[in-house]
Design a protein around this ligand. Sequence first.
Ligand SMILES: [Zn+2]
Length: 267
Amino acid sequence: MPPWDFRILLPENQIPTIPVRIPPQTSQGLIMGFFQNIATGLELIAFPNVCVSCGRVMNDRDRMLCGSCTNSKFEDPNPSNKTCCGNWILPEGFLFQDALWRYDKEGIIQEMVRMLKYQGVAKLGRELGQAAGLKLIERHIGNRLPENKGEIILLPVPLHKARQKKRGYNQARLIAEGISEISGIAVADEHVMQRVRNTISQTRFSFSKRMDNLKDAFRLTQPETLSGKFVIIVDDVYTTGSTCFSLGGEIRKAGVKGIGVMTIGIA
Ligand SMILES: [Zn+2]
């Protein structure tokens, strides 16, 4: 089964073909298949896969959030589809800043981001990315972004090599891969933009202190990949925008058509 039940979220004409498992043909194969099915059934009873948000049992063991929670449990930070989720003015070159959900401090979204970043629950990144991908299509494709997906590229906020090695993955890249699966927009290779300074944690910093902390943190190494395109910066949570705006300064050097920001949460 794919990691996501697309039928819940996609219109009927966009439902991808789900691969069908061919049953074993020999009598030995049939018996083996029978016992395997019983084993799978028993496993589901003994260790049910439950939604991390509401606790509902789900048949798809690859998913962590049920369709109902994904679609309607959390607050949409931008229901009227403005260029950004607040009343601020975006810097030059930025076309939009959007997020899947309003961040809930001490709530379930914060817990999911924590699981994704610090508990090694990497598959959650793709799952949340797929939900964000639907929102990106609904609100921005054919509006602030062109219909031609070849003109757009997803750029995950890079992690410093040392931090990525410790974590084993970049959570922003997993989210971008989820967006890509749903939208068909390509994800930029990790060599395109690098984080060359391992900045210290910014959680307690003001906006200006964050910008200082991020000075020269990113380096554009393959401008030709971004040149002439619409670049969507992808990250887990948008707080003050300092990371995106600092990264945007480097992206602009490539001569891009516009920059967008898509995150899972907005604080
Ligand atoms: Zn749920």
